[in-house]
Design a binder for this molecule. Structure first.
Ligand SMILES: C[S@@+](CC[C@H](N)C(=O)[O-])C[C@H]1O[C@@H](n2cnc3c(N)ncnc32)[C@H](O)[C@@H]1O
Length: 238
């Protein structure tokens, strides 16, 4: 599949949705839950806040955020694909007291007003956007001044970054090809998970993401590596 093809990316996540949560748990040995919690902890969500989970998928991040904004707050989860959203709504229905809504939409053009959100999470979304720079610009636009955003994803090793980065790239290649794809093949999702490495190959490095975030107008920009540098998240203040 071709990265940068928005419809193809949406179709991919439509087809993956029924197995997405199970595979996430299996392939990261539960680590994705910890990394999402670390990104949410940095966001420091508080009661009364209006928060956004962009590219929310099956709702992991939105559910975490919604537990923190009560009373008086609100969380909106936005995703381009219908099937993950259906699963997210089913999960939210099990905790009907949470102030949580989901909507189908485009992270590149959310339709929200300027400064709508007090804070935002984007977990494993930026890499899937046709234009990450536009995604960061839209993220900046929908945040109020001073609002925080955490953008969590795989950390793409910097090819110019020396031996440790070369080793990280080799490990990622091994893990994606020798663990992720074979496991996904067992549930007929080989093609879909082979896309992970393709998408990573065109993903900006941490340093490039920092630069893009500055260009998008964020006042403060940082990067926190996770899992020995295999994952990481951008820390952004609008
Ligand atoms: C890897 S999943 C991440 C889901 C969830 N955030 C998580 O961490 O489990 C990426 C999600 O991004 C969504 N996505 C891709 N392009 C998008 C876009 N332009 N606008 C909104 N969502 C998009 C996909 O439909 C998919 O659900």
């Amino acid at each position: 599949m071709i990265p940068g093809d928005q419809e193809a990316v949406r179709d991919l996540f439509e087809s993956v949705a029924p197995r997405y949560d199970l595979l996430n748990d299996l392939l990261s040995l539960g680590g994705h839950r910890l990394w999402k919690r670390q990104a949410v902890a940095w966001l420091n969500p508080r009661p009364g806040q209006r928060l956004l989970d962009l590219c929310c998928g099956t709702g992991d991040g939105a559910l975490l955020l919604a537990q923190k904004v009560r009373p008086g707050g609100q969380v909106l989860g936005l995703d381009a694909a219908a099937a993950p959203l259906q699963r997210a709504r089913q999960r939210a229905a099990q905790e009907p007291w949470l102030p949580l809504q989901f909507a189908q939409g485009d992270a590149l053009a959310t339709g929200l007003t300027d400064g709508w959100a007090d804070g935002a999470l984007m977990a494993y979304g930026l890499r899937n956007l046709v234009d990450p720079a536009r995604g960061l610009a839209e993220l900046r636009r929908v945040l109020r001044v001073g609002g925080r955003a955490a953008v969590l994803d795989f950390n793409r090793p910097d090819p110019e970054g020396g031996p440790s980065q070369v080793r990280a790239a080799q490990f990622q290649h091994f893990y994606l090809n020798s663990v992720v794809v074979p496991v996904a093949s067992l549930v007929d999702l080989k093609q879909q998970y082979a896309y992970l490495e393709t998408s990573l190959a065109r993903f900006p490095t941490a340093q490039q993401q920092i630069e893009l975030a500055r260009q998008a107008g964020f006042a403060e920009v940082g990067y926190r590596p996770l899992a020995a540098g295999l994952m990481g998240f951008l820390t952004l203040v609008a």
